[in-house]
Design a protein around this ligand. Structure first.
Ligand SMILES: [Zn+2]
Ligand SMILES: [Zn+2]
Length: 155
């Protein structure tokens, strides 16, 4: 895919503090200062600009879940209004809305009790509690990663 490799090349030039690496799942890793991109996914360039925006804006992966949606908004905003025009790319707002909807679903899944499906709340960072059945569970951390819920061992 020559189109995306030239975009990666230009982004790497413009943002030398960021590392760009091909990966199975597009994501930003603040620990590694690395933007992972997958050239084979639909609209890979838009997603790449989005992940790059997370990097430029210095978003940390270890963030409370309730803040993640705000970070998603700001990364898409930066990608759409600042990055895309530099490369004559237009990111469709419909695509962004779909991504944000997926994200909202993901956050909802994280806060759903794995035992009784009630709505829990984030008591501490990535640690949820169900007021209905008292189950505690942890979710995985990070921006743009799939949902995992791990029920805490009963003490
Ligand atoms: Zn994101
Ligand atoms: Zn429950």
């Amino acid at each position: 895919m020559p189109a995306i490799s030239s975009l990666v090349h230009q982004l790497a030039n413009n943002y030398p503090s960021l590392i760009f690496t091909e990966g199975r799942i597009a994501r930003w890793s603040s620990e590694e200062a690395t933007v992972y991109y997958n050239p084979r996914e639909p609209h890979a360039e838009w997603v790449l600009l989005h992940e790059t925006a997370h990097g430029i804006l210095g978003h940390a992966n270890y963030t409370r879940d309730i803040e993640l949606l705000r970070l998603e908004h700001s990364a898409w905003h930066h990608a759409t209004t600042v990055l895309a025009p530099q490369f004559d790319i237009v990111i469709e707002s419909e695509f962004v809305e779909t991504q944000l909807d997926t994200y909202r679903d993901w956050l909802h899944a994280k806060s759903t009790c794995p035992s009784c499906q009630s709505n829990g709340f984030e008591q501490h960072k990535h640690q949820y509690h169900c007021p209905h059945c008292q189950t505690n569970w942890q979710t995985n951390t990070g921006i743009d990663v799939g949902v995992q819920r791990v029920v805490a061992q009963q003490k």
